[in-house]
Design a protein around this ligand. Structure first.
Ligand SMILES: *[C@@H]1O[C@H](CO)[C@@H](O)[C@H](O)[C@H]1NC(C)=O
Length: 532
């Protein structure tokens, strides 16, 4: 199929060239390019020209003759398309068990993993769309809901159509449906959404930044937003309230929740239109508006994944001269705390893969243009995260020196991640075989470690957090950990909290931990190191 058009083009070009040379040789008697000039006999080998063509008048007519020939060749080529070559390149589908269906022997654990980390997570959200306004309302307020296996909780994301921005509020003219209507039973009501920590999520956004109900009608009148002739912003404004924007793990969780929101909106059918709430093309019209007052623009490049439209702070949005009162679409995304990757991170999980995690990983690496090709002959790279703020390893120099001395063939990179840009950090992670450090946001890089790598976590005394271990499981990479006691301090024991305390790790314990991790990558790619 693919070869045919190009061979046709070659033919056209060849015949055109021949006709030009023919014309040239007739003009000057010789062809500068061909050993023997093209003769009339050569041309006559082509199918005869149709009636009316004058082969032997002037060169211009000859040109026309050849063109006619080309069109008859075209017909011939096209008709040969109805006799396809016998089955080259076409195959019947894979045997069915290569793509197991949802229900194929998934045990309870596998199903649990699938509803959190598989496409089912997004499909469930997409299936659970509920309209909250009566049809006579000027706005449409629909929410989609996540629901994970074995849990009652439902997290909401909402899309609002026809909104008026006035007086620092998004006005939603919605006459609420009775929450006791059967299809709304068991779903959080817009006046009573779930609350989340750090004052995030739809509930906070609704109370602080919207007016919903018949009070909103006035603003529609004032700006004539019901009149189709009034200019409106037909983009998609995404209202987010961050937990802080500084912690890498927290930030990534909320950015991922935003990605899940947009993914689900492209999958869920809006009953009003019969089409998905958003098309892939609509995603380029997304503009993120940051409603919180945290004074940083960290990670904005990841908020820009879907569209290059600048991420605006609320103050910038209010001041922006292109801000219009009549808005076609406003999205209130899932908050970071609803992220299935975050839920239940104190329990060990047995989930060992995740399409969601591998997709997100690929997306971010591609978006930041980080190459993932590795030199699999190259020596082992160990990245030792040396935290300089809270939760320092007091004897990190002793430990890294011992590691460098014990493994001369291993490249040990001691880094303070806080000094690197996000892109630098992620590219470093993408080239790391063993990532080690005291429990902290740096372990979020387990997302970006390459295949066959290992994650090592030094947990502060007694800390039983399993989030990074579970993430390593979902990536299919190996995980090793040990506990280190808090460093000595003058403060009373009762007032000490692992979040803030430094730790000191025994050198022998560290070397044992690292030996396990380094041995685990000794056969990465083409490496062939003997264990003994
Ligand atoms: C180890 O890191 C260096 C950069 O510091 C990189 O050039 C090399 O390719 C890395 N090795 C692997 C196997 O990723």
């Amino acid at each position: 199929m693919i070869r045919r058009p190009s061979s046709f083009v070659t033919l056209v070009v060849a015949i055109f060239l021949l006709s030009y040379l023919y014309y040239f040789s007739n003009q000057f008697g010789v062809s500068p390019y061909l050993p023997s000039p093209v003769t009339d006999a050569d041309i006559r080998k082509s199918p005869p020209p149709p009636l009316g063509a004058q082969p032997d008048s002037n060169p211009k007519d000859r040109y026309i003759t050849v063109t006619t020939t080309v069109s008859s060749v075209t017909t011939k080529t096209a008709s040969s398309g109805s006799n396809p070559e016998p089955n080259i390149g076409s195959v019947a589908p894979l045997p069915a068990d290569y793509s197991p269906s949802d229900d194929d022997d998934l045990d309870q654990d596998a199903r649990w993993c699938e509803t959190r980390y598989g496409p089912t997570y997004l499909q469930t959200i997409a299936k659970n769309a509920r309209p909250f306004c009566k049809p006579e309302s000027q706005s449409q307020f629909d929410c989609l809901h996540s629901n994970m296996y074995g849990e009652n909780r439902k997290d909401s994301l909402c899309i609002v159509r026809n909104v008026v921005f006035e007086d620092l509020r998004f006005n939603i003219d919605c006459q609420m449906r009775d929450p006791h209507e059967p299809d709304l039973m068991g779903y959080p009501h817009p006046h009573n959404f779930q609350g989340y920590w750090y004052d995030t999520g739809p509930r906070t956004i609704m109370t602080q930044f919207t007016v919903i109900g018949s009070d909103a009608a006035e603003s529609f009148e004032k700006h004539a937003c019901s009149n189709p002739a009034t200019p409106r912003d037909d983009g998609y404004k995404v209202l987010i309230k961050r937990e802080g924007g500084t912690n890498y793990w927290h930030s990534l969780m909320e950015i991922l929740a935003f990605y899940f929101t947009i993914d689900a909106l492209q999958m869920s059918i809006d009953k009003k239109t019969g089409k998905p709430y958003m098309s892939p093309a609509d995603t380029s019209k997304i503009q993120v508006i940051v409603l919180d007052k945290h004074d940083n623009k960290n990670y904005f490049e990841l908020w820009n994944y879907f569209s290059p439209k600048p991420v605006l702070t609320f103050a910038e949005y209010v001041k922006d001269s292109s801000t219009k009162p009549c808005l076609s679409n406003v999205i209130i995304p899932l908050p970071g705390a609803s992220n299935p990757l975050w839920q239940g991170d104190w329990d060990p999980r047995i989930c060992d893969h995740s399409i969601i995690v591998s997709t997100i990983r690929r997306r971010i690496l591609k978006h930041l243009k980080i190459p993932t090709a590795r030199d699999l002959h190259a020596p082992i790279n160990v990245t030792f995260i040396d935290r300089k703020g809270s939760r320092k390893l007091t004897n990190s120099k002793e430990l890294s020196d011992a590691l460098i001395a014990a493994y001369p063939d291993v490249k040990v990179n001691v880094v303070d991640m806080a000094k690197l840009t996000l892109r630098e950090q992620i590219s470093l992670a993408a080239n790391t075989d063993v990532l080690v450090g005291v429990h902290g946001a740096g372990h979020t890089h387990a997302f970006f470690l390459p295949a066959q790598s290992s994650l090592v976590e030094i947990l502060p005394a007694d800390l039983g957090h399993r989030g990074f271990r579970n993430l390593a499981g979902l990536r299919g990479i190996r995980y090793f950990s040990d506990h280190a006691p808090m460093a000595s301090s003058d403060r009373p024991e009762t007032s000490r909290d692992w979040h803030a305390e430094d730790v000191t790790f025994d050198k022998d314990a560290f070397m044992k931990l690292m030996e396990a991790a380094i041995q685990s990558v000794a056969h990465r790619g083409f490496l062939d190191s003997d264990v003994s």
